[in-house]
Design a protein around this ligand. Sequence first.
Ligand code: PLP
Length: 401
Amino acid sequence: MISERLVHPVPVKLSTRVSRISESATLRVSRRAAALKARGISVVDFGAGEPDFASPPAAVEAARRALAEGFTRYTPGSGIPELRAEVAEGYRRRYGSPWTGAQTVITVGGKAALFELALAVFEEGQEVILPSPAWVSLPEQIRFAGATPVEIPTRVEDGFRIHADDLLAAVTGRTRAFLVNSPCNPTGGVITPADLRRVVECAAERGLLVISDETYDHFIYDGLEHASVAALAAEFPETVVLAGSFSKTYAMTGWRIGYVLGPPDLIPAIEIIQSHATSNPTSFAMVGALEALRHCEAEVEAMIAEYAARRELLIPRLNAIPGFQCRPPDGSFYAFPRVADLYRPGRQGSIEIAELLLEEARVAVVPGAAFGADDHIRISFACSRATLAEGLERMAAVLAD
Ligand code: PLP
């Protein structure tokens, strides 16, 4: 006899924790674009936040060799010691930070680094101050950990610069941390070293943390200086925490290698969480990442030069499309044009504009609503110049009508 339960399945009762968060809208757009592509329709994909370059050949070869040599077992949960030491050493060389390999945990991508951090330091009832628009996962991870994201608007007029004054004005008795992502996904906005110092000084006085997501640290233009908390770690060792990633810098998104560096007291907590969540990041991927750090700077330089050239090509042509207004981003590989001038009765909001561009121009972009900025769309220039030119032409043709 067929059970009543099979005929009328009872929905799975999900945890309250998971009901606090929602699916990443960036994934939703790529799914729709993928569905069109699967039907054989040509879609220009400006949606993905993923370099179009191949991973550096030396990193690939090192990982291949590690696999062939049987480096396929569990490693220490916090990552292989050589990679931990090399990541710390890289920051020491660039910024004079005192962090050692023991203060470095290798994680399953930067996303896991930030997630584990959120679980390790945020409590129910606490507030975390972050600039907005923000990368979709940052507020969701804060909520998942039970805390409340306090989103502080940055402004289109000054290229979405992150200002210390704005962040500091939001501090309350419930504040636990500042979470700064510079250069920012999606806006490309940055914080200056002087402003970052002010935030860190204020945090140190009050016993708060400054968590710095430096995933895009190499992608900064027009001679601007990247503001890293690594430069402040010697002075404020209990206050600053850095999350980073190999994904964008080395075009190694699928390898899933990121890291956290921070105060000695915090690191064991991250290690415990990771030991119960993922255990070590993939063994041979870490060997590839180590090779990338040691020997692939030339590839990184070449990729950065190419992003800079694409940015030069893209921004003027975007501004030539009726209804688009876009400042050159200071960093990252995203343009974040304002598109509110395209609104019409019955066509309001960035989701409608993204749908219009996908359905009529066959160009995939991410609606700014996903990041808390509904009058904008995000256009990734991590794609070839030919792809950029094709997408620009398609958008211009549809929007000229
Ligand atoms: N931080 C920001 C701002 C990002 O945009 C991303 C990826 O898109 C990440 C962190 C995490 O990247 P990954 O998990 O690939 O290292």
